[in-house]
Design a binder for this molecule. Structure first.
Ligand SMILES: C[S@@+](CC[C@H](N)C(=O)[O-])C[C@H]1O[C@@H](n2cnc3c(N)ncnc32)[C@H](O)[C@@H]1O
Length: 207
C-alpha cells in the first residue's frame, strides 16, 4: 500500500455510515474496557476512525487523545464530538511514529481493529508500552487474519492489487500474546468472541 492515508481518507465517508457488525460483542468490549477506567485517567487511542468508541468512553475518564492517520476520519470524529457537546476528547491526525507524545503519559492506550493494518506489530506494541505509565493498560481488539474464511483469504490479495484493500498483517493468537509479553506486558483479560477475533487487555509491568 503506497499511501495508507489516501486509502483511509477515501474510505472515511463510507466508514462513518457503516453500522457496527456485531452490536452485542461491541457492547461487551465497551463494558470490559470501562470496568478498568477511572475518572482521573488519560487515555490515548490510535486508529480511532470516526471517533465512535472514544465518544462512548468519554464520560468514564478525564481525557482522551484520539488519533488516526486519516484527516478525513478525524474531521468526521470532530464534527460528531462537537455536535454532542463533548469537551474531553481531542483529536489529532497522525501515527504512533509521527505524533509528539511523551513517554509514560497515559493510563490506557486503545488500539481497536488496527494492529493487523500496521506494517510492524511488534514495534507498535513496543511503542505503546513506552507511552503507558507503569501498570497502565493496552486494550486491543484484533482480527486474526489467518482464521478468516478461505473466501476472504483468496479475495484480499486481489483487492489489494487493485487498491481496494489496505496492507494487512496476519498473526496468530499465540504470536500476538508472545509480542505483548516480550514487550513488557502481562495479559489481564483475554476474550475470543469468534475464531478470527481476539480482544485483549494487557497490563504494562510495573518494573
Ligand atoms: C478498521 S478501522 C478501525 C477504526 C476504529 N478503531 C474502529 O474500531 O472502528 C482502522 C483505522 O485505522 C486507521 N489507520 C490505518 N493505518 C494507520 C496508522 N498507521 N496509524 C494510525 N491510524 C491508522 C484508519 O484510518 C482507520 O480509521
Amino acid at each position: 500500500m503506497k499511501d495508507p492515508r489516501k486509502f483511509w481518507n477515501k474510505l472515511a465517508p463510507r466508514y462513518a455510515k457503516s453500522p457496527v457488525r456485531d452490536e452485542k460483542t461491541y457492547q461487551k468490549k465497551l463494558e470490559i474496557t470501562q470496568s478498568y477506567f477511572k475518572p482521573d485517567w488519560s487515555v490515548f487511542e490510535f486508529g480511532c476512525g470516526t471517533g465512535s468508541t472514544a465518544i462512548v468512553h468519554s464520560p468514564y475518564v478525564k481525557q482522551i487523545l484520539a488519533t488516526d492517520i486519516s484527516d478525513e476520519m478525524i474531521a468526521i470524529a470532530e464534527q460528531k464530538t462537537q455536535a454532542q457537546g463533548i469537551t474531553n476528547i481531542s483529536f489529532q491526525q497522525g501515527t504512533l511514529d509521527s505524533l509528539p507524545l511523551n513517554p509514560e503519559s497515559f493510563d490506557a492506550v486503545l488500539g481497536l481493529n488496527i494492529l493487523h493494518l500496521l506494517p510492524n506489530v511488534d514495534e507498535t506494541i513496543n511503542r505503546v508500552n513506552q507511552l503507558l505509565k507503569p501498570g497502565g493498560i493496552f486494550v486491543s481488539s484484533n482480527a486474526l487474519m489467518r482464521e478468516v474464511s478461505l473466501h476472504w483469504r483468496l479475495l484480499i490479495p486481489v483487492m489489494q492489487f487493485i487498491g481496494l484493500a489496505p496492507h494487512i498483517d496476519s498473526f496468530s493468537k499465540d504470536e500476538l500474546i508472545g509480542m505483548l509479553t516480550k514487550n513488557g506486558f502481562t495479559i489481564d483479560h483475554e476474550w475470543q468472541p469468534a475464531k478470527a477475533s481476539l480482544f485483549i487487555v494487557a497490563r504494562k509491568k510495573v518494573n
